[in-house]
Write a protein that binds this ligand. Structure first.
Ligand code: LLP
Length: 410
């Protein structure tokens, strides 16, 4: 983690807490690690701030959108709606009326995750450019909630429905761009060769030409100290070998896309919060901070671990604080508003220098699915976001106001 604690606490003093901070250099470094893929299609659901999207675009990444809002964001960030591979790809398992209208208006390529979605696009726009998102019959995620393959997952066109998908493609003269597989987020690399083989098999059974394949996203990051880091070269080489087998069969070049979200932004982001209480309990005390699961939802939703560090108001080490096992929780009126908990919701803790009121806690590796999953629960406004780039701190989202929340109900 490259953040300077003094800078973080200065920013917290300037902008208030809770506060999201991102480091552009980390994002650039992660993009560089995946450059061997022909196309890096950023899954913006991980962190969709316009300025982060513009940074991705400047670095040559293209973008995936999963909602009308994400399409609008992509356009506002300057991404081309059309064209291969630079155009936006809309990936979903259904398409609502308003989103379909936008997709048709801008000629956005569709990655269909259900037969019904495919048919709806085909009926509305014969000849439209489509990908097929195939559920290969197995999946894996860091949690059951992020496993997007297999019979328990709602995602994708079931592998056994491939022939029917192809008949819809032919019926509506759809232009099949490629096959896409995303079997989960926080993947277990033990599945890598199975997915690659599944991709080769699916393309072999199509009896139809394609231009591209997509490896989906899912690349994990080391949330805990000592957790292994993905070997991007190995990951690429496995997919490249699959691509070459497909090229051999089709007799022409095939573009290889990857669609990461977490990998590009998780380690680039941190959430800063201030300690307002040390609430004592016989077993372990709770440090109560001014960020809640409305800001960072991952621990409450998946039991996810985020490393926490403690900083005195001037950014220095808390002086003379003994290390202590302490639970960290937020201000929400809900028992699950605890940042240190396991997947079953049992409160746990981290070994930290004992924080004092007024200290800042930093939640690390929170750039992915952090601010993008925030809500207004308990009528709490969305927290501001700051991007550090080239030695400068840019406020890329101001704090929402309560007046803005109330205005929607006026
Ligand atoms: N492509 C598709 C079709 C996806 O559904 C996703 C993530 C990605 C790519 C990017 O996956 P990534 O590279 O970020 O693993 N909120 C959860 C993660 C949910 C992922 C949803 N789909 C979390 O905080 O861990």
């Amino acid at each position: 983690m490259a953040f300077d604690p003094r800078q973080l606490t200065q920013l917290a003093a300037e902008h208030g807490t809770p506060l999201w901070v991102y480091d552009a250099a980390v994002i650039r470094e992660r993009i560089a690690q995946l450059r061997r893929f022909d196309t890096i299609r950023y899954a913006q659901k991980a962190c969709s701030n316009l300025h982060i999207l513009r940074l991705m675009r400047a670095e040559g990444a293209v973008v995936d959108a999963v909602s009308l809002g994400e399409i609008e964001r992509s356009l506002a960030a300057g991404f081309q709606p059309q064209g291969e591979p630079e155009g936006i790809v809309f990936t979903a398992d259904l398409i609502d009326h308003a989103t379909l209208a936008a997709v048709l208006k801008h000629g956005i390529t569709v990655n269909a995750g259900s037969l019904d979605m495919l048919a709806r696009v085909g009926q509305a726009s014969p000849g439209h450019r489509v990908w097929l998102r195939i559920n290969p019959g197995f999946g894996h995620g860091h949690s059951n909630k992020t496993n997007t393959g297999g019979p328990q997952s709602k995602h994708g066109i079931w592998i056994g429905d491939l022939a029917e998908a192809m008949s819809i493609v032919r019926r509506h003269g759809l232009k099949l761009v490629g096959i896409h597989m995303h079997i989960g987020s926080g993947v277990d690399y033990g599945h890598l060769s199975s997915v690659c083989n599944a991709m080769v098999d699916v393309v072999a059974s199509l009896d139809h030409d394609i231009e591209a394949i997509s490896a989906g996203g899912g690349l994990s990051i080391p949330y805990r100290d000592g957790e292994p880091r993905i070997d991007c070269d190995h990951y690429f080489e496995q997919w490249d070998a699959a691509r070459k087998r497909i090229e051999q069969r089709l007799g022409h070049d095939v573009r290889l896309e990857i669609e990461p979200g977490r990998f590009l932004v998780a380690e680039a982001g941190a959430l800063v919060a201030e300690v307002h209480s040390i609430n004592r309990r016989p077993e372990r005390d709770f440090a109560l901070v001014d960020a809640g699961f409305n800001d960072l939802m991952r621990p409450a939703m998946y039991g996810s671990y985020h490393r926490i560090s403690v900083h005195a108001p001037d950014g220095g080490q808390p002086q003379g604080s003994p290390e202590t096992r302490i639970a960290v929780a937020g201000p929400l009126c809900e028992s699950g508003d605890v940042f240190t908990q396991d997947a079953g919701g049992v409160v746990s803790d981290q070994l930290l220098p004992r924080p004092r009121i007024g200290d800042f806690l930093v939640f690390h590796s929170a750039g992915a699915y952090g601010s993008s999953m925030s809500s207004n629960y308990n009528s709490r406004p969305l927290a501001p976001e700051v991007l550090l780039d080239g030695g400068k701190a840019h406020l890329i989202r101001r704090r929402q106001t309560v007046a803005e929340l109330l205005a929607l109900e006026a």
